[in-house]
Design a protein around this ligand. Structure first.
Ligand code: C5P
Length: 232
């Protein structure tokens, strides 16, 4: 899979997501299904969107003891998604167990991506709540390195960190970057943003774009603008 735009379908019902996807007619954007939609509609929503011909990033961010994550990943691999993820904070052992669980009997598996530190965690909350005293960018790179050592395929990170992640973990280690906005668009609640063109320049492999597409007056035009800027 090459560079692509992943549309964050942050809806809470099947009706809303299908109403949105129907606008794309023949086009099949790569879709991110998060906790909101998955918990509302269950695994069937994944099968239905897949059946319509979309690639799927199932963003459930697993974090538990290695055995539980392994077994859960094994169940998720039956859903035939293209990318799924977990928290790197669950340790290298948990990530290795996840990879084992995700790998099907024929050796194939979805790509497995780690979340390092959530962008909602800042230096202050990391130090005070988690008692992690190192600088946050050092922690993010350390977690990315752990994910690479465990055999994972990449990390979710800010587009601003994508270049450094590639330097640390290799060019082939994937960077999936949310926090993307058009130069003339609303930032909303995202703090550190980049345009699709800037994310391309810095070497992101996939951009995850939600509201700039889902809340646009013309979502298909917004999606195509993302593709034109990011994929070219
Ligand atoms: O609407 P917006 O473009 O901000 O959506 C970004 C998507 O990426 C949302 O689904 C959000 O949960 C997700 N995300 C994020 N920041 C992270 C990890 C995931 O914005 N660090």
């Amino acid at each position: 899979m090459g560079r692509d735009v992943i549309v964050a379908c942050d809806f809470s019902s099947k009706e809303e997501v299908f109403k949105f996807l129907d606008k794309f007619e023949g086009k099949k954007p790569f879709v991110k299904i998060g906790m909101e939609l998955f918990y509302a509609e269950g695994p069937e929503i994944v099968r239905e969107i897949k059946k319509r011909g979309h690639k799927i990033f199932l963003d459930l961010k697993l974090h538990d003891i290695p055995n539980t994550v392994k077994k859960s990943m094994s169940v998720l691999s039956n859903l035939d998604v293209d990318i799924t993820n977990l928290h790197a904070g669950g340790t290298k052992r948990m990530m290795e167990a996840a990879l084992e669980g995700l790998t099907r009997a024929d050796g194939t598996r979805p790509l497995l991506i780690a979340v390092t530190q959530l962008t909602s965690t800042d230096q202050e909350s990391m130090e005070n709540d988690l008692l992690i005293k190192e600088p946050i960018d050092k922690v993010v790179m350390h977690y990315a390195k752990n994910a690479a050592d465990a055999g994972l395929d990449g990390v979710v990170c800010s587009p601003l960190e994508a270049g450094k992640v590639h330097e640390t973990c290799g060019e082939k280690f994937l960077t999936i970057t949310p926090g993307v906005r058009f130069a003339d668009g609303d930032i909303g609640d995202q703090k550190r943003v980049m345009t699709p063109a800037e994310a391309k320049k810095i070497g992101s492999d996939y951009i995850v774009v939600g509201r700039p597409i889902t809340a646009a007056a013309d979502p298909v035009a917004a999606y195509e603008r993302c593709l034109a800027e990011f994929v070219g």
